[in-house]
Design a protein around this ligand. Structure first.
Ligand SMILES: [Zn+2]
Length: 82
């Protein structure tokens, strides 16, 4: 198998902190100002991260990740059978 593109996507919420020491978000256990969703993935060993500014972009990313995981499980099952 050749060294093809590794696509390892993951979606996580990034807590936004405004940086003001007096703000509640400066506390380590504070939930901050609401998550900014980020998608990270690896292409050829390089980590790429994208912000997802809209709920629509988030849904699209979630769908792509679900498809990726499904594909990976299918190919794993295929390997086990053979
Ligand atoms: Zn703040």
């Amino acid at each position: 198998m050749r060294d093809s593109t590794t696509f390892v996507p993951d979606l996580f919420g990034l807590v936004r902190r405004c940086g003001k020491p007096s703000c509640h978000c400066a506390q380590p256990d504070d939930p901050g100002h609401g998550p900014t969703l980020r998608l990270t993935y690896k292409v050829r060993g390089k980590t790429i991260s994208e912000t997802l500014p809209t709920p629509r972009a988030v849904r699209k990313a979630e769908r792509e990740i679900a498809e990726f995981r499904k594909y990976r499980e299918v190919s794993r099952a295929f390997v086990e059978i053979n």
